[in-house]
Write a protein that binds this ligand. Structure first.
Ligand SMILES: [Zn+2]
Length: 150
């Protein structure tokens, strides 16, 4: 359920929203992550789909002191934007019976931004991966009192 078809939302008026319950596993190259649970609200804006919500999961980390692996519970607020690129915008307009070509150009098709692809799919695992990476502590500790191996 992490890849969501948002064609209805993209075609909807600004402010249209949809709530998605997350109860999924994601694959990460960097860490082994547990199941993600929570709820995300997708809201259409003039140029993007806004993603907002709260997610709980856990991550397997290596303790910086004793080097043992341990499971770190993690939760975070999500707030991000997936941009609607121009070709998707045009497709949505055409679907509404609009065939003009005065859709303004904007350059939000940058590499590091989240984009809604031509199939009008949004891959939510992309944003969740970013949040996991942001929330991994610099020095993970299995226990605040861990003294490491002596
Ligand atoms: Zn430790």
């Amino acid at each position: 359920m992490l890849e969501v078809n948002v064609s209805q939302l993209v075609r909807g008026v600004i402010g249209t929203n949809r709530v998605i319950d997350i109860d999924d596993e994601i694959e990460m190259f960097e860490y082994k992550v547990g199941k993600m649970t929570g709820r995300l609200k997708l809201t259409k804006t003039s140029r993007s789909i806004l993603v907002k919500g709260h997610i709980k999961t856990s991550v397997i980390l290596e303790c910086a002191r004793c080097l043992k692996q341990f499971e770190q519970p993690m939760e975070f607020d999500v707030e991000d934007e997936y941009y609607i690129n121009n070709s998707v915008k045009l497709m949505a307009l055409e679907a509404m019976g609009y065939f003009g070509n005065d859709v303004e150009e904007d350059d939000n098709d940058k590499d590091d931004t989240l984009i809604i692809d031509e199939r009008m799919h949004m891959d939510l695992s992309e944003v969740l991966r970013q949040y996991v990476l942001m929330n991994v502590p610099m020095k993970p500790l299995c226990d605040v009192n861990c003294h490491g191996e002596i």
